[in-house]
Ligand binder design. Structure first.
Ligand SMILES: C[S@@+](CC[C@H](N)C(=O)[O-])C[C@H]1O[C@@H](n2cnc3c(N)ncnc32)[C@H](O)[C@@H]1O
Length: 251
């Protein structure tokens, strides 16, 4: 997508504002979500401390809740987000890489991609990412992912906001999400960060592009990558919209 005049740079959340991650995302909010991931992993892999890989781990908020049960490795495209993850989960191996191309030279019982999958903008991106998952799975291993929206569930425009604070900073974030062109697979979310410290109030902008695909496209592309695919209900969104954990078992 062409950059228009006055548009903020992309994905500043994971770079300029990575050190605000614990105010942007509440660790406790992932407790319920992680329960669904744990249940699927246990159901598919059985008991034991299986080796799992999370790709696009971000600050590790979901993974943190799974490391009591599983031996985790993680990767992300952003070194600053991996630094956040290291602070939260110091003992796990971390690797920098793009989910479309990263190759760790190791295989796992499960590969997880939480909401980071939303940064895949085209079907070609998804195909490459699913190939990454296949490359890191042992025979019979599982790939689990959780798109935030499907074409069927996306509401354009939508506005949301929240405030979180710690001893030094009060952060208020306002988000505006919309679909600039319903004929392509990309949506845009603008973020406005109101960062209040002893020095005063600073307002910053950020811009994220997310992929948007019909559910049947997800299922088809995962099958073509070599998985048998199941949908597990994932009722974690405040607005009650339909969501699934997509679970692929490597044939
Ligand atoms: C919303 S955050 C993930 C938060 C994570 N679910 C957690 O529990 O903390 C999305 C992450 O996706 C990562 N990401 C975006 N594009 C990526 C890519 N092409 N390859 C790998 N990671 C990517 C970003 O750097 C960011 O850390």
């Amino acid at each position: 997508m062409e950059k228009k005049r006055n548009e903020p740079s992309l994905n500043r959340m994971y770079d300029d504002f990575a050190d605000l991650w614990t105010l942007i995302s509440n660790l406790e909010d992932y407790t319920e979500e992680a329960d669904y991931w744990r249940k699927v992993l246990r159901e598919k892999l059985g008991s034991g401390r299986h080796e799992i890989l999370e790709i696009g781990v971000g600050g590790g908020h979901n993974l943190y809740h799974l490391t009591g049960d599983f031996d985790a490795t993680a990767s992300d495209i952003s070194e600053k987000m991996l630094a956040q993850c290291h602070e939260l989960i110091p003992d796990i191996p971390l690797h920098v890489g793009d989910m479309r191309t990263v190759r760790l030279g190791r295989k796992f019982k499960a590969v997880l991609i939480h909401d980071a999958i939303d940064y895949m903008l085209t079907e070609e991106d998804l195909k490459q990412t699913f190939a990454t998952a296949v490359a890191h799975l042992k025979p019979g291993g599982i790939f689990v992912t959780a798109p935030e929206n499907f074409r069927e569930t996306f509401c354009s425009p939508s506005v949301d906001h929240f405030t979180n604070s710690n001893d030094e900073t009060e952060l208020t974030v306002i988000m505006y999400a919309y679909d600039p062109d319903p004929n392509d697979t990309v949506t845009e979310t603008l973020f406005y960060y109101h960062i209040r410290t002893k020095q005063g109030l600073r307002v910053e902008q950020d811009r994220h592009l997310h992929g948007l695909f019909p559910l049947k496209v997800w299922l088809k592309l995962m099958q073509e990558a070599g998985f048998t695919v199941e949908k597990y209900p994932y009722p974690v969104h405040d607005d009650g919209r339909e969501a699934y954990l997509l679970v692929g078992t490597l044939i």
